[in-house]
Ligand binder design. Structure first.
Ligand SMILES: Nc1ncnc2c1ncn2[C@@H]1O[C@H](COP(=O)(O)OP(=O)(O)O)[C@@H](O)[C@H]1O
Ligand SMILES: [Mg+2]
Length: 449
């Protein structure tokens, strides 16, 4: 617009001056005054012409440059978002985007202690799982632990964090890649699948591969990251199964970062009963060996297709309840040479292929991992080597299996303070629980004696 105006002014000036020359020629004839006026006019006309040309060229160049800068900027932006995508850097989502993606949080995929996970589809078609973490203080802590642990790591067997969203004073959200086959519990324990949770009976081959996948993920967290990452909540519910039945370790809400030179961290008891290593309960501080204990417990559950600690109800009277401790059953079967009897009976009855050498190897590894003395447990890197058959697995030493699930004892005996007794059990040979507590029920079963 500006250019057009300037051009019109220049043309008007030139035409005006030419008319002025013509008028001067008519009125002044070929006098000296006419030549003076004509000379001056022609000089001005030339000056206006030159200025217009120079100005035009300058503007054309500027426009070209601007266009180039815009397209370069666009390219940069595209490159940047591409890099973010391939580098897996989590991005910040707007709450509205998550509401739209999940259709206002309709499809519940799963629920844990403090979070609900919903299925969603982003505007570019990517399927996601949106984890909504509730709770003011606890939620904040869990959100930070999860982001700190998972945002900087990349491994095929670890869930990928795509982004996050925080509402001031409201819930926090973590956006994960969607893993289509839900969690491992639905694939090893019967009757856990629902409409939004696929499940079934995982074949022996796939169970063995899942065991290796999880071991590789934990080995990466323990050995190959800049600071050691302890998961501290390894259990079937936190292991996801992808479309090819490969395992993806998820839920870093309780995780802890540990300096490479630290040997253990002191932290309050968290995690899930049934998978907690004795050192948690004895308050000796935790280390990567605590994850290895939980992993061993998960292996046994995968072998048996059942929970490690199960209650056998005996009528309505709670004091008549009996407890079965599966690791002890497995150890006895190993001694008797009848390991196949410890394997998930659904697999045996279906007549699928069960490699008995693999069963023995998996049981040996599991029993090594659940040794009460943390030092005896192998590292996760050694577990991978053992499971992949690169190193032989020795017969595991006998273990007392004393501190099995003291949190479940504690829960059963609310009103009776179990913690001091737990510490006492760790330091004495006599593991009897006083009868004043109805918790005396389990110790003989759980102690493995
Ligand atoms: N990325 C995902 N894809 C599919 N399902 C998921 C995903 N993340 C979690 N879930 C489901 O939601 C459940 C709870 O998620 P989790 O992260 O373990 O939450 P919490 O911290 O509350 O335990 C899981 O057991 C699983 O069934
Ligand atoms: Mg969980």
């Amino acid at each position: 617009m500006e250019d057009k105006k300037a051009n019109i002014i220049a043309v008007t000036i030139i035409i005006g001056l030419i008319i002025f020359i013509i008028v001067a020629r008519v009125s002044l004839k070929l006098s000296k005054a006419f030549f003076l006026i004509a000379g001056a006019d022609i000089a001005v006309i030339l000056a206006v012409f030159v200025c217009t040309v120079i100005r035009g060229r300058y503007h054309r160049r500027r426009r070209l440059l601007e266009k180039k800068l815009v397209s370069e900027g666009q390219e940069l932006r595209i490159e940047y978002s591409f890099l973010r995508k391939v580098a897996g850097v989590p991005i910040k989502f707007r709450h509205k985007e998550l509401v739209d993606a999940t259709d206002n949080f309709q499809a519940l995929l799963g629920q844990g202690a403090s979070a609900s996970v919903f299925k969603g589809i982003l505007s570019d078609g990517t399927s996601v799982a949106v984890k909504q973490i509730e709770g003011e203080e606890h939620g904040e802590k869990e959100f930070k632990s999860e982001v700190a642990a998972i945002a900087s790591v990349q491994h095929v067997n670890l869930v990928r964090l795509m982004g996050y969203c925080c509402l001031p004073g409201g819930p926090r959200f973590l956006v994960y890649e969607f893993i289509p086959n839900g969690s491992l519990d639905s694939w090893i324990f019967p009757g856990r699948e629902t409409r939004n949770r696929p499940g079934g009976c995982l074949s022996w081959d796939l169970r063995y591969r899942v065991a290796i996948d999880v071991a590789k993920a934990l080995s990466y967290l323990h050995h190959d990251c800049r600071s050691r990452i302890l998961h501290l909540d390894v259990k079937p519910e936190n292991i996801l199964i992808d479309e090819n039945y490969r395992a993806i370790v998820a839920d870093f809400g309780l995780s802890k970062l540990m300096g490479k030179d630290e040997s253990r961290v002191i932290t309050t008891i968290r995690g899930t009963k049934g998978y907690l290593a004795p050192e948690w309960l004895l308050e000796h501080g935790v280390s990567e060996k605590s994850d290895i204990y939980s992993y061993g417990m998960v292996l046994l559950e995968m072998i048996g297709g059942r929970r490690n600690v199960t209650v056998i109800e005996n009528g309505p009277d709670k004091s008549q309840r009996k407890w079965q401790y599966f690791p002890k059953i497995v150890r006895d079967k190993l001694r008797e040479g009848k390991l196949i009897e410890a394997v998930d009976q659904r697999l045996v009855e279906a007549g699928g292929i069960i490699d008995e050498r693999q069963v023995k190897r998996l049981v040996h590894v599991a029993l090594w991992c659940i040794q009460e003395r943390a030092k005896l447990r192998p590292s996760m890197a050694q577990v991978v080597e053992m499971l992949e058959g690169r190193v032989a697995v020795d017969e595991p030493p006998d273990t007392q299996m004393i501190v099995v699930d003291l949190l479940s004892i504690y829960e059963e005996n609310s009103g009776c303070d179990a913690r001091p007794k737990i510490a006492a059990m760790g330091s004495h040979k006599d593991y009897n629980i006083p009868n004043s507590c109805s918790s005396s029920f389990a110790m003989s079963v759980l102690s493995g004696r």
